[in-house]
Design a protein around this ligand. Sequence first.
Ligand SMILES: [Zn+2]
Length: 290
Amino acid sequence: MYDLLQLTQIRPIGMRDDGDKILIFAENIATPPDRCDKCGNAPLYKHGKRRYTYADTPIHGKPVKVEIETRRYRCKACGTVVTLSSPSLDDRRVATRRLVQYIQDRCFGTTFTWLANEVGLSLNTVKGITQDYAAHLEELVELETPRLLGLDELHILGKPRAVLVNLEMRSMFDMLESRTKVLLTNYFKNLKNRDRIKWVVIDMWKPYELVIGKQLPNARIVIDRFHVVKEASKKLDELRRHLQSKLSSEDRIKLKKHLRWSLLRNEPNRTEKDVENIEYIRNHMSHMQN
Ligand SMILES: [Zn+2]
């Protein structure tokens, strides 16, 4: 039979299409070890065969299982049982190494459920492979703690997640599961080189200020301009509504339309009508503030 598996020391002996999956039968033809690696005794004696089923990369768009007949050996001196393996197999995942690689290559581009269905593994196995891979990737990079830190949040899967940005490099520094005081305190407590942070730019979320004040006492806090303008605009609009409700009927007719935007628009963007509105307020209504 043509070696359709191309797995080291694994020889295919048959194949069956079950409709929803493909089953390949094979045997492990590895040379048995000549002595016990626990106690050094030789030789090892045959100790029966077992069948192990490994998941493999899909064929014809279907999940693949490889059922491998594997010989076992036993050391008579210490009782250790040796099961043959293969460098192409991941015994912990009960999958071929190339399938683990296949999942690693795809896990950040699709859902766990989709991948699990595609390769015929359980959801938890696919999750486990992805988490191990993510931890491995994290070990490969070490980001320098920023001098200028931006702290904000993104809503992902219905929850606010703290996002930390290196403002000098304009790059992402980290992302946290949430933005609670407890989690942030813990994070900054354990952050390497946290003294390096000189400035932190935040919105007006009080816990940010409290945590930074405590955990990064040398850093200065800046409120992001966007949030300052937003709050100021909100107050201005509240005042506008309050005053507008007290207008005389003449003023009301004069100022009915678009007054809100006339006030909120930045000066360079104001229309002629905006300027007229503002002039009218200045000349006729400044007494109303009190
Ligand atoms: Zn032994």
